[in-house]
Design a protein around this ligand. Sequence first.
Ligand SMILES: *Cc1c(COP(=O)(O)O)cnc(C)c1O
Length: 432
Amino acid sequence: MAPVMEQPAVRANGVGSKGLQAILSSPGVRGRKVTSLGATNKATNQPLLDLIQSIAMKQEQKDPFYVLDMGVVLGLWEKWNESLPMVKPFYAVKCNPEPALLSGLAALGANFDCASRAEIEAVLALGVSADRIVYANPCKSESHIRYAAGVGVNLTTYDSKEEVEKLRKLHPRCGLLLRIKGPDDGEARCPLGPKYGALPEEVVPLLQAAHAACLPVVGVSFHVGSGATQSRAYSAAIAFARSVFDTAERLGLPRMRVLNIGGGFTFGPQFAEASATIRAALKTHFPAESGVTFISEPGRFFAETAFTLATNIIGKRVRGELREYWINDGIYGSMNCLLYDHATITAQPLACWSNRVNPTCAGMGQYTSTVFGPTCDALDTVLSGVRLPELYVNDWVVFPNMGAYTAAAGSSFNGFNTAAIPTHVAYSLPPP
Ligand SMILES: *Cc1c(COP(=O)(O)O)cnc(C)c1O
């Protein structure tokens, strides 16, 4: 018998897979240079570091840049569909609006959560139809509502009577999801409950207000907070949502049919736990016979691990044993995540200027080091008390997992323009 050859095409996310082909031929990717990386080595972060080194060495300016790994995005998409196949993701654009990411996700079949006119425009520009967008901002300005009505984005969230009034006036054909405040914020890194979501006693008046305005409340939505760490937040919110469905029925309103479980997901063991909890809670409160459609708004889950940031060392100072470095991105740029997203970040040295033989500095001695951002504010400190090998001006520092709430919220303070940081698109293959 002839030996059975390994067929790349049959591996779920291999090079010949439909998913990867769809990403590469999608409108936001196909015009761009895409580098094939081969199989990932999780331990060494190769071959991604090789690509970063080759981009770094070619670049006269030594400006910071991102690498977006579409292989990671594809892996996350498959992970989501294995774990929560019954829940359709609407990627939360605010987390990272890089067009190649939006385009790749759209090609895989994701829909989108937009919170403003510009986000809706960015998604429509990729050829995504308006019925694949939820306008998931409970408090919208009138001009943005008018725009949404004009382009046919017909699903939005609300948690106030004032919002009902604006929608009645400006977008009377819009379907509504009542945003509720979950009973538990799951010890989220960024709780959203203080700002959004109806309280239990507000549910009846808000359902009645929409009904009186002839706006259909088609379902319920919640967000347990970004970077939720406790999966019980989902089960508590799903149980509350069930009670809202029951309340609507008791009031004789048209049958609700959509449950939006929001975002808050982080890739890793937390995701396994959250998805198991959600599957169980949906089964209990919304069994298949209920005919309810489940949607979600993951942002961080699809963006965080897909982006790696490369920064250049532009300055250095030695004070005794302490090594201090200045890099060309910081707190007012991509690392705003340290302030706003309460993130922890890790630095990988890439001494491709000073040590071409061993650029990752494997096995070399380390010094207690501080890493500063480029602006003249002392708050602009990226890391302190970290152990790094001896690095030099023109070497690079690489930050993995920098896709969530990084570039999206950076400023151009002091003339360091975060929006100008380019993204190189690549795809790795899963480890063999
Ligand atoms: C920010 C936000 C999201 C995305 O949250 P993640 O924690 O990144 O998954 C989803 N929905 C709404 C309404 C949001 O405000």
